[in-house]
Design a protein around this ligand. Structure first.
Ligand SMILES: Cc1cc2nc3c(=O)[nH]c(=O)nc-3n(C[C@H](O)[C@H](O)[C@H](O)COP(=O)(O)O)c2cc1C
Length: 178
């Protein structure tokens, strides 16, 4: 069987999604395109398209690009890789998918990889947003924390990096599968 031609579109603000894009490229031949620096190429030659985007306030970075070009990729093998700081939790993941993937996009398989957390690297706007979240979380009883709140409370003020290529295996298996 000839190898599937894969296009990997990625969007990364602080670098962890970029690291996953590089790891994926090293494991599986693909064309990696940084959506912040490059234009979306002609999609016709590709058999599969993967969007890798970090989660910011539960929104998948770059999802708008997939929505915009959906008409030209609908017949291809599609996948989304979300990168977030929270540990994987099924209920929260389902809610995040329902929020981001509406109508045509709703059946695209979504994979998860844990990224990093470093407040020192954040933009002022993100720092302010995190401060607001911190205030909101601290006003609650820890026994009622949702998983992302627990992870946020633990990560606050810390430098954490959970990037691990093992997270990519389910996506790699899916892309290799006919
Ligand atoms: C403003 C802001 C909002 C975030 N929201 C979420 C979130 O909703 N869920 C989550 O799991 N991680 C969230 N994160 C953590 C990022 O997804 C995480 O740091 C990720 O590794 C960033 O990827 P990047 O390095 O490719 O930009 C947020 C980070 C920031 C700065």
């Amino acid at each position: 069987m000839t190898e599937r031609k894969i296009l990997l579109l990625y969007k990364s603000k602080y670098g962890s999604t970029r690291k996953y894009a590089q790891m994926l490229k090293a494991k599986l031949p693909c064309e990696a395109v940084d959506l912040d620096a490059q234009r979306v190429p002609d999609l016709a030659p590709y058999d599969a398209v993967v969007l890798a985007g970090a989660l910011y306030a539960s929104d998948i970075a770059g999802i708008g690009v997939l929505r915009k070009h959906y008409g030209r990729v609908a017949d291809k093998k599609l996948a989304i890789l979300c990168v977030g700081a929270s540990p994987y939790e099924e209920e929260a993941f389902s809610q995040m998918k329902a929020r981001n993937l509406k109508q045509d996009l709703k059946d695209i398989p979504v994979f998860y990889a844990r990224g990093a957390w470093d407040e020192d690297k954040m933009t002022l706007k993100d720092k302010i947003l995190c401060k607001m979240l911190e205030k909101h979380i601290k006003s609650r009883d820890p026994a009622t924390y949702e998983p992302w709140m627990k992870a946020f409370a633990e990560a606050m003020g810390q430098h954490r990096d959970w990037v691990d290529e093992d997270y990519l295996q389910p996506l790699i298996d899916y892309l290799k599968d006919s």
